[in-house]
Design a protein around this ligand. Structure first.
Ligand SMILES: C[S@@+](CC[C@H](N)C(=O)[O-])C[C@H]1O[C@@H](n2cnc3c(N)ncnc32)[C@H](O)[C@@H]1O
Length: 199
């Protein structure tokens, strides 16, 4: 995935300026759960304005979806160094979403920002856990919504979810997420960009 030096003296990222501004606005004053931090760009953007950021990443790259980016890409030490300015406001958790999220309490967050491996199963797991982890009026945001080879839009469609319109770049915002039902069956004609593994 493309990474740029955005000239803001922040770590490299694939997020553009408009997406960054929307993310920052959504995070202001919130207890945030970040799913996918990599070099810490979004962590810093949110932690500067949020009440708190719990930031989960295994810092191991895209092992579940290598078509998107490198596997075994160890970003842990760069991440820890990069976030030093906002450390007081961040609780970093190094681990796999599938292992960490079940350890977190119900209704713990006002906002979740998903920017993970973009594989279908991983994204589905995070969307589903989001229902439990968010407070009733909490918002679920995800990056790379509608981007080729990223499965967040197919997962949202499958779950019957529609983001706020317009989507800014590829940053989708699902408002009142804690109240939305996501138990709809797979809509006909939804094409998985990365096929689900055979049962
Ligand atoms: C797109 S990057 C995050 C980019 C970052 N949000 C930014 O602002 O630039 C995705 C991150 O998700 C992490 N990741 C992918 N699959 C994961 C999983 N199953 N559990 C935990 N982290 C995962 C990768 O290690 C990678 O650092």
């Amino acid at each position: 995935m493309h990474r740029t030096d955005n000239g803001l003296n922040l770590p490299p990222t694939a997020m553009n300026e408009m997406e960054t501004l929307s993310l920052e606005r959504a995070a202001r004053g919130m207890d945030v759960l970040e799913l996918g931090a990599e070099y810490g760009y979004s962590t810093i953007v949110m932690a500067r304005v949020a009440r708190s950021v719990v930031s989960v990443d295994w810092h191991n790259g895209y092992n579940d979806n290598p078509t998107i980016g490198p596997s075994n890409n160890d970003t842990l030490w760069q991440y820890v160094y990069n976030i030093k300015e906002v450390r007081a406001n961040v609780i970093p958790i190094v681990g796999r979403f599938q292992d960490v999220l079940p350890l977190l309490g119900d209704a713990s967050f006002d906002m979740i920002f998903l920017d993970g491996g973009h594989d279908f199963e991983g994204a589905k797991f995070c969307f589903e856990q989001g229902r439990r982890l968010l407070r009733p009026l909490g918002a679920f945001l995800c990056h790379d919504y509608g981007v080729d080879l990223c499965n967040e839009r197919p997962v949202a469609t499958m779950l019957g979810l529609t983001p706020r319109s317009p989507v800014v770049g590829s940053l989708a915002i699902f408002d009142d997420y804690g109240r939305q039902r996501i138990d709809k069956p797979l809509a006909r004609g939804v094409k998985h960009l990365v096929p689900e593994p055979a049962a």
